[in-house]
Design a protein around this ligand. Structure first.
Ligand SMILES: Cc1ncc(COP(=O)(O)O)c(C=O)c1O
Length: 402
């Protein structure tokens, strides 16, 4: 991964900073920033509304990104709906689809490693429909297919699960899970927020019913998310919002004809600059090659684990992690104080419960420090972290407050 750092202006402008919080949001390469800038400086027009050159050109770019997303995930571009973020995509499934089919005493199957965005929408819809949310146990953060089947046998309307949990880092076997859920007529929603951009994802092969993610975690701009589903499911889905851009006609009697899928789900002016920037993020990933990104991250993860597993004053919760995401604590020091201490040494990590407030059920801790890697991290970054964490003491962290 030579010369990658130099493509990230944040790192060039903050040369002393080691950024280890890519699971919260990734840094943005020049290519993405340039694409956003290009929109404002050369296009600056709305789409699906203008017959003039800059509008038609913008529309061409916007729809081109939809096609890129389709081919990146091996699905039809007609199955790609742009949303605001992964959270909105998940809410769209709950209120736009599940609400239409959920009945009293139906079951929604989750697990305790999930992010709030993959729990709260289901709580809300379950409460409204007097259905039940059931949490399935994981084994070392992983779905055990026998345990899953025992739940499915009792009847589950929809299962929702992170492809990669933001606290555990395990890659779930979505292909096997979707085969099983479909045997029992259970819909499968997959939260891909922590998976996208880290390894190849072929949705035709994995075959979930829904796949949700955000562009900002894969080098793209904030404010752009994606929902990928299937035509026959979208046909049963109610849009989350109504307004311009999503209808072909309406009359004074209140009759509305919606546009075809996916446009009926994208009311109002979309985040045009964000989508164009997202297209550049996909190009950035393709230029490096997703398998190179995966191999590099695996390599760094192993180097990091080799370093921290040797330190007796640390407790590492997910040594079995499949991606560059490690949760740990320094014994006797609160995670927030550890993060503050690391920040004092210009190392950015996340601490707390990471919006996964039920994670104690999986990691057996209420909070942890989370270190997450990306393409711009190096062994030197990890060495800097290891040197600082090796010498941390409670006294040193307390001294920062005095
Ligand atoms: C596993 C997981 N799901 C969903 C989300 C929500 O993503 P967003 O805030 O972009 O909607 C996150 C964000 O951290 C996440 O880690």
């Amino acid at each position: 991964m030579k010369n990658i750092k130099s493509q990230f202006p944040f790192l060039m402008n903050n040369p002393d900073v080691v950024y280890f919080d890519s699971a919260a949001t990734s840094l943005k390469p020049d290519k993405v920033i340039d694409a956003v800038r290009y929109f404002y400086t050369n296009l600056s027009s709305n789409i699906h509304r203008g017959e003039y050159a800059s509008s038609l050109k913008t529309e061409g770019f916007y729809e081109g990104v939809r096609e890129k997303v389709g081919s990146f995930f091996n699905v039809s571009d007609k199955d790609v709906v742009f949303t605001k973020n992964a959270s909105e995509s998940l809410n769209m499934i709950a209120t736009g689809f599940l609400r239409n089919i959920l009945e009293k005493d139906d079951v929604i199957l989750l697990n305790e490693a999930e992010h709030a965005s993959n729990i709260l929408p289901w709580y809300k819809i379950a409460e409204e429909k007097q259905a039940h949310v059931v949490f399935m146990p994981l084994v070392d953060g992983r779905v055990d297919l026998e345990i899953l089947e025992s739940h499915l046998k009792k009847g589950v309307k929809l299962m929702s699960i992170a492809h990669v949990s933001n606290v555990v880092g395990v890659i779930q076997d979505i292909e096997a899970i979707s085969k099983l859920t479909h045997q029992y007529d259970t819909y499968l929603s997959v939260d891909g927020a922590q998976a996208v951009g880290h390894f190849e994802i072929d949705l035709a092969q994995l075959n979930p019913d829904f796949y949700s993610f955000s562009a900002h975690k894969m080098f793209g701009p904030s404010g752009v998310g994606v929902l990928i589903s299937k035509h026959e499911i979208y046909e049963k889905m109610t849009p989350l919002h109504y307004g311009g851009g999503s209808n072909t006609r309406f009359d004074v009697l209140g009759n509305v004809t919606l546009k075809e899928i996916p446009y009926r789900f994208e009311s109002g002016t979309p985040n045009l600059e964000g989508v164009l920037g997202f297209g550049a993020a996909l190009d950035f990933i393709e230029d490096i090659g997703i398998s190179n990104i995966e191999a590099n991250e695996n390599n760094l993860k192993q180097y990091l684990l080799d370093g921290i597993m040797k330190m007796d004053h640390l407790e590492v919760y997910n040594p079995y992690t499949d991606v560059g995401l490690v949760s740990f604590n320094v014994k006797g020091i609160h995670s927030q104080d550890v993060a503050f201490y690391l920040n004092h040494h210009n190392i950015s990590v996340r601490s707390g419960n990471h919006c996964a407030k039920l994670m104690h059920g999986v990691l057996h801790t209420e909070d942890a420090v989370r270190l997450s890697l990306s393409v711009y991290n190096t062994r030197e970054d990890i060495d800097r972290f290891l040197d600082v964490i090796r010498d941390i003491t409670l006294e040193k962290t307390v001294d920062l407050y005095i």
